[in-house]
Design a protein around this ligand. Structure first.
Ligand SMILES: Cc1ncc(COP(=O)(O)O)c(C=O)c1O
Length: 369
């Protein structure tokens, strides 16, 4: 096995690292089923493909610079998020947007509930922000204790939350997040709210409320739900003056014309969204019940993924490698999540057949010596 840059503690830094896994375990990528990245298993909205195909017939898409203001994409996002386009900022991924927000708002000390998406700490560190970790516990399903979060730290000027959370998938009801944002406003704390997976629970999104919440920046992505992480489009929705500052501080032309047009269309595809909600609910329940039937503890999730804990005394690393080598199933080994006890894994919700394959593989592993 070769050690690679993307592996920490013998596990990949992120989900979806199939080339790395393929090289390490000598299994062709095409033979692997990826449960480690939470991408819609049904592929991309139909109109994304037709838009991309139409773009390729018009050479000016390649020979001209993208629209500096990205008007069409911002209009589409604004409609999707029930705000005016003046509230929208776009970039080629969550990380550049978040780092721009940290620098623009001159954040010094940020409360970071953990476990959390591993890039949060990396971004905060790169931007010289002092991190105030706040440990979430398995006994409360990693739920945010809204009051404890802010009462515990009087010096922070920001807090970074995710709704639904990653890796747990737990959803904090909109009213509770609103309470927290208002409490933070009274203490001059900026709330960074990562809603990368809120498309699965859109009624709990805070984007329609940004106008009256001046201390809130919401981040969303056109990647997971719409199945196009390779295109790289993310956006922030915030009050008008912060949006203006963020737009001024971002480098120009971050989003290519191809990505911009495809993402704008993806957000308009209501039929795709409705099908995804329905299928994801059925499939997530199927996967949850299949895992629980093996005695596996599964955490409540509003997203398209489930966090679970391996029962018994089996080696987590052996389990993860066995799933790959024997069954060609790649789970997210969560051992590199800060604050997460050993033995946790995350599985994306995939098609019913693939979910069954995973349940059977886990059953075999757990019943072996
Ligand atoms: C919670 C969370 N936020 C943000 C991102 C990054 O999203 P993007 O594709 O927009 O960079 C991820 C990617 O896995 C994620 O899990």
């Amino acid at each position: 096995m070769t050690a690679t840059r993307n592996f920490t503690k013998d596990v990949p830094l992120h989900g979806g690292q199939l080339r790395d896994i393929s090289e390490r375990f000598s299994i062709p990528v095409s033979d692997l089923i990826d449960f480690s990245a939470n991408i819609n298993p049904d592929g991309v909205p139909h109109n994304v493909l037709s838009t991309l195909q139409a773009c390729l017939k018009d050479l000016s898409v390649l020979t001209s610079y993208p629209d500096l203001e990205d008007v069409a994409l911002k209009d589409s996002i604004a409609t999707y998020c029930e705000v005016s386009p003046h509230h929208v900022v776009v970039a080629n991924g969550f990380v550049p947007l978040f780092e721009c927000a940290l620098r623009t708002l001159k954040i010094k000390r940020c409360i970071l509930p953990v476990p959390a998406f591993v890039e949060y700490r990396r971004s905060l560190t790169r931007c010289g922000v002092e991190i105030r970790p706040h440990l979430l516990t398995p006994s409360s399903d990693f739920r945010y204790d809204v009051q404890a979060l802010i009462d515990g730290d009087h010096n922070a000027d920001a807090i970074l939350l995710a709704n639904p959370q990653n890796p747990s998938g737990v959803l904090t009801p909109k009213e509770a997040v609103l309470d927290l944002v208002r409490s933070c406003a009274r203490r001059s704390i900026t709330v960074f709210l990562d809603e990368a997976f809120i498309d699965y629970a859109p009624l709990d999104s805070l984007t329609p409320d940004v106008e009256r919440l001046t201390n809130l920046v919401v981040f969303r992505s056109v990647t997971k739900f719409h199945g196009i992480p390779g295109l790289r489009v993310a956006y922030a929705v915030t009050n008008q003056s912060s949006a203006k500052l963020l737009n001024e501080n971002l480098p120009p032309w971050l989003v290519t014309t191809l990505a911009s047009r495809a993402a704008a269309e993806a957000l308009k595809d209501h039929a795709f969204a409705a099908t995804t909600w329905e299928r994801n609910d059925v499939r997530r329940t199927q996967l949850r019940m299949g895992l629980e039937a093996q005695g596996v503890r599964v955490y409540p999730s509003a997203g398209n993924y489930l966090l679970f804990h391996l029962p018994g005394s089996k080696s987590p690393q052996r389990f993860w490698e066995c799933m790959i080598v024997k069954h060609h199933l790649v789970l997210r080994n969560c051992s590199n999540y800060e604050g997460l006890p050993a033995g946790h894994f995350r599985a994306a919700v995939r098609t019913e057949t693939e979910n069954k394959t995973l349940i059977q593989a886990i059953s075999k592993f757990l019943s072996s010596d």
